[in-house]
Ligand binder design. Structure first.
Ligand code: BGC
Length: 761
């Protein structure tokens, strides 16, 4: 007892001294020394403890978390969002375990902790990586202020199927844009200097490695079948970009990749990740994914699953306790060596050391003070403005006059006054600030100048309940009876008729996007399409604002609704930002990071496809449908503005560049309208021949620029090895081929301004 008291007194003294000690970043050698010292004192059980992540809240383990921690099973804890509880657990880990190793607390801080920014897909629509970096830096600072040193982000899965609910968590369909956003987010979380000892930084975790976005049928968790060249050329580049930016941890994916579960996949986790890319951080499985290796029909039982995940290269078991229950036996049976266990534990300890957790294990929660910084809300508002995409604006209905033109406005729809639905499912897991709904944003903007009348219309609900709605206490609309829904519909229509114009806010709620939120249809949920059509039939001017997480069926809307603004899942300032755009205080400049299909039947549809057959004299013989255009409704990279731009003078610095050389493509962009505005200049290439068929176009450069009316700017793009190399399936290696290339610069993936060059051997 006395000994325990003395040792905790000693520890507290150490902690207090270290609190005042300078928090400096350690060299790799210093970190290694400390890791080796610790490892030399650890028992096998303690090592396995570091390889175990305990679930708090959502899922129960085999023993109470505190009992496990007391035994040194305290690598990490997730899903606890209460700093008091975290400190309580940390005291047990630090004061009541033999080696006093602190717990690493992790949480899904995906698009903000208190200040909630637009969801990642929306951020990608800004085509503004610097802004994504700044937003994640705020998220890191707020999360760390409440004791979270680890975020399970960025999610960089390429997704080409909008039925997949998790499309919202990533950056869309394109590897080049995806890589840029991945890099930016890692820098935001870990800092440009990657100094994890900085109390404003968190350890990032790039996920889900790899191919999760290609789930069969868009059904979450389903198998992915991805040929090796698509892995290298499309699905892996954002991960590589995150690694190049210094990401310290990585999460394996749930699904089978080409019939081998990603969490037991040695090709992915060893050959690619460690051997080819030299990753030296640690890999955590996705939640319960090691245990699920049995479900896949890949492992015979828990022991086999632990062995297979270990052999593949998973350092930490998230929430399945398969390592905890099996690894020691496997070591004792000689199936795993102590050296192999040590290799797994090393990067986990190194991360804890680099994060300064040994010196600062506890938290004085102060995220509220951090979030009070007015710049954070401003950044969230700017980010939301910059991520919104104007899809249609017939007759320049937008921007709306703030006064004079309409004396009354109807704001209608299930998402018009539902700020909570402006957060993705993960946006609810931290301590989100109260969000500003679209209705509130419009009221803030117009004050008493215009009469505003709100009507919700019928509720929108999910067919099958959502686990996360309960787990994260997310608001959900109750199911209505047919009479209740009819009354709500009639009220909304009457409201539309009574007012001079209508802003309809439709889409999907929080529980309809994210994990376990795939859809078979892309149609509007519930009666929203009918409501939209009925409101348009009143003859009032209608603006449709979409709060949604994926492209939805706008076939009718795109021909009948004069103005459509895609606001995505815009975060806490979404309502203010929508009002800024609708009333002209901000000019839309976001561009689609995904191809927008006409109907669900076109999926998969993405701009960087191959062209396989085209006969001028026999137009039937090409890849198309006879009942619908094979073109998307809106192409990748598309988005309107309140002004117009023209692109001219494409110039290639060297029309016959050598393989391996770097050269420049420039073009002039002019604002040809009467308002200042942003455009995203996009560069696409096409390789005309080679050892494999190449996509019709590939994005290889972009820059978001602001131009005053009449102003012209020259945009500069670099082309070289990084942009021109691809992984050839026939040669099974990376190649930069001496061939003829097309190059286009323009506003979207259908850009017309064209030039070409020949790469010389
Ligand atoms: C998700 C991950 C997430 C983890 C922890 C899993 O269900 O797939 O993306 O990071 O839970 O919350």
């Amino acid at each position: 007892m006395v000994l325990r008291w003395l040792s905790s007194l000693f520890l507290s003294a150490c902690l207090i001294t270290s609190l005042f000690a300078q928090n400096k970043s350690l060299t790799t050698g210093e970190v290694d020394n400390r890791v080796n010292q610790l490892l030399s004192q650890m028992t096998l059980e303690e090592k396995i403890g570091q390889m175990t992540q305990i679930p708090g809240g959502f899922v129960r383990g085999p023993e109470k978390p505190e009992d496990l921690i007391r035994k040194g099973i305290d690598g990490s804890v997730l899903w606890i969002n209460d700093p008091v509880e975290m400190n309580r657990m940390q005291h047990i880990a630090v004061e009541q375990t033999r080696l006093h190793i602190p717990i690493l607390f992790g949480l899904d801080v995906i698009h903000g902790y208190r200040t909630i920014f637009p969801a990642p897909l929306a951020m990608a629509a800004s085509w503004d990586p610097k802004m994504a970096e700044a937003a994640q830096a705020v998220a890191a600072k707020e999360a760390r202020a409440d004791g979270f040193a680890w975020t399970f982000a960025p999610m960089v899965d390429i997704a080409r199927d909008p039925r997949w609910g998790r499309i919202i968590e990533g950056s869309g369909e394109d590897p080049y844009l995806g890589a840029a956003m991945a890099r930016a987010q890692v820098r935001g979380f870990q800092g440009e200097d990657n100094d994890l000892s900085n109390p404003d930084h968190v350890l990032a975790c790039v996920k889900h490695f790899a191919g999760y976005g290609a789930a069969d049928g868009g059904r979450d968790y389903d198998s992915s079948y991805i040929p090796e060249d698509l892995m290298w050329n499309v699905y892996l580049p954002p991960f590589k970009a995150a690694l190049d930016a210094g990401v310290g941890s990585l999460m394996s994916a749930y699904m089978d990749l080409n019939d081998v579960p990603a969490t037991g996949n040695r090709w992915l986790l060893h050959d690619v990740l460690r051997q080819t890319w030299g990753f030296n951080g640690f890999v955590v499985s996705d939640a319960q994914a090691i245990g699920s290796l049995v479900t896949h029909g890949y492992a015979r039982d828990g022991s086999d699953a632990a062995l297979k995940a270990m052999n593949a290269g998973v350092n930490m078991d998230m929430a399945s306790f398969t390592y905890y229950q099996n690894l020691a036996k496997l070591v004792k049976a000689g199936q795993i060596s102590t050296a192999e266990i040590d290799a797994m534990v090393r990067p986990i300890l190194a991360a804890k050391i680099r994060l300064g957790l040994f010196e600062h294990p506890y938290v004085e929660p102060h995220s509220q003070q951090v979030a009070a910084d007015p710049h954070s809300a401003e950044l969230a508002r700017t980010a939301a403005q910059r991520s919104m995409v104007l899809l249609r604006n017939e007759g320049s209905l937008l921007p709306l006059a703030k006064s004079g033109k309409y004396s009354s406005i109807a704001v209608i729809g299930p998402l018009a006054d539902s700020g909570d639905d402006q957060l993705s499912m993960w946006g609810h897991i931290g301590k989100p600030n109260p969000p500003v709904s679209v209705l509130q944003g419009i009221r803030n903007k117009l004050g008493d100048a215009v009469r505003i009348e709100y009507s919700k219309g019928p509720n929108i609900t999910r067919e099958y309940p959502s686990f996360f709605a309960d787990a994260l206490h997310i608001h959900t609309d109750p199911k209505q009876t047919a009479e209740e829904a009819k009354k709500a519909f009639d009220d909304a229509l009457a409201t539309a008729k009574r007012n001079d114009m209508v802003i309809l806010v439709l889409g999907e709620g929080s529980i309809m996007n994210g994990e376990a939120a795939s859809r078979a249809s892309l149609d509007f949920v519930g009666q929203q399409e009918q409501l939209l059509e009925a409101v348009v039939a009143t003859g009032k001017p209608v603006v449709l604002v979409l709060i949604n997480a994926r492209p939805i069926n706008l076939l009718w809307a795109s021909e009948h609704v004069p103005a459509i603004l895609e606001a995505w899942v815009p975060g806490e300032q979404g309502g203010n930002a929508v009002a800024d755009i609708l009333f002209g205080d901000a000019v839309p400049g976001g561009k689609l990071p995904i191809t927008w299909p006409r109907t669900v039947g076109q999926i998969p549809i993405y701009y960087a496809h191959n062209l396989t057959q085209q006969h001028e004299d026999a137009p039937d013989f090409k890849s198309r449908y006879w009942d619908l255009s094979s073109f998307p409704l809106y192409p990748f990279g598309y988005g309107l503005s309140y002004t117009t731009f023209s692109y001219s003078n494409i110039h290639i610095s060297n029309p016959q560049p050598g393989v391996g050389s770097t050269f420049e493509v420039t073009a002039d962009v002019q604002n040809t309208g009467s308002r200042a505005g942003d455009t995203v200049a996009q560069l696409y290439i096409h390789q005309q021949a080679g050892s494999a068929s190449r996509p019709v176009r590939q994005l290889k450069g972009f820059e978001r620029i602001t131009l005053a009316p009449g102003e012209t700017k020259t945009v500069h793009f670099k082309l070289g090895k990084d942009e021109l190399t691809y992984w050839s399936p026939s040669l099974r290696k990376w190649v930069e081929e001496p061939e003829q290339f097309d190059v286009w610069v323009g506003e979207d993936s259908t850009a017309k301004l064209h030039s070409n060059f020949k790469l010389i051997d």
